[in-house]
Write a protein of this length. Structure first.
Length: 180
């Protein structure tokens, strides 16, 4: 919901660097916001794949929730697009292959991301694309289940979401087309 601020954090004991997602507890006022936040952690914690941003841990203190994630030093494909303006066709194929592999893993795990966009596709030092930000992600419990929540980023939203027809995994495929 746009509540988090991200920082590069270093574990002083191990010198390990992380992306730290920090959320002010007072920003999660409604029960529904707290439930969505807990769902984001539950979903992300359950995922382990080379094309998913790694989840390391979560904890809290009196004022904040903290999520420690794999640090992707090369930022997002959005930043790459802003810097370079264009990518070559071979680069587009390379990046899209990574996104498709990550998306396939999510769907095999019964997860719909629902917010695939350039800003949520991160690059590590090896230029490996990793799907991140599971704030709008949801789990499908039965094969035919359709979700009704209106969510996503306007330029990437599938018609099924926009017109409240009920949606499932296909909305992520629509977003892949928008990304390309």
């Amino acid at each position: 919901g746009g509540f988090a601020i991200c920082f590069e954090l270093t574990d002083v004991a191990t010198k390990q660097k992380y992306a730290g997602k920090i959320i002010l507890k007072s920003d999660l006022k409604r029960t529904s916001q707290k439930q969505k936040f807990n769902q984001e952690i539950e979903i992300h914690r359950s995922l382990t794949h080379e094309h998913i941003v790694g989840f390391h841990s979560s904890f809290e203190d009196a004022e904040f929730h903290y999520i420690l994630l794999e640090l992707c030093n090369r930022f997002s494909l959005m930043e790459l697009h802003k810097r370079r303006k264009v990518v070559t066709e071979p680069e587009a194929r390379y990046f899209l292959r990574h996104v498709i592999l990550g998306c396939a893993y999510l769907h095999q795990s019964r997860i719909i991301h629902r917010d695939l966009k350039l800003a949520n596709l991160f690059l590590n030092d090896n230029m490996c694309v990793k799907l991140g930000d599971f704030g709008l992600a949801t789990r499908i419990n039965v094969k035919e289940e359709k979700k009704k929540t209106l969510c996503g980023t306007p330029n990437y939203i599938a018609p099924e979401i926009l017109f409240k027809q009920g949606h499932s995994f296909e909305v992520d495929l629509w977003s892949l087309g928008c990304i390309l």
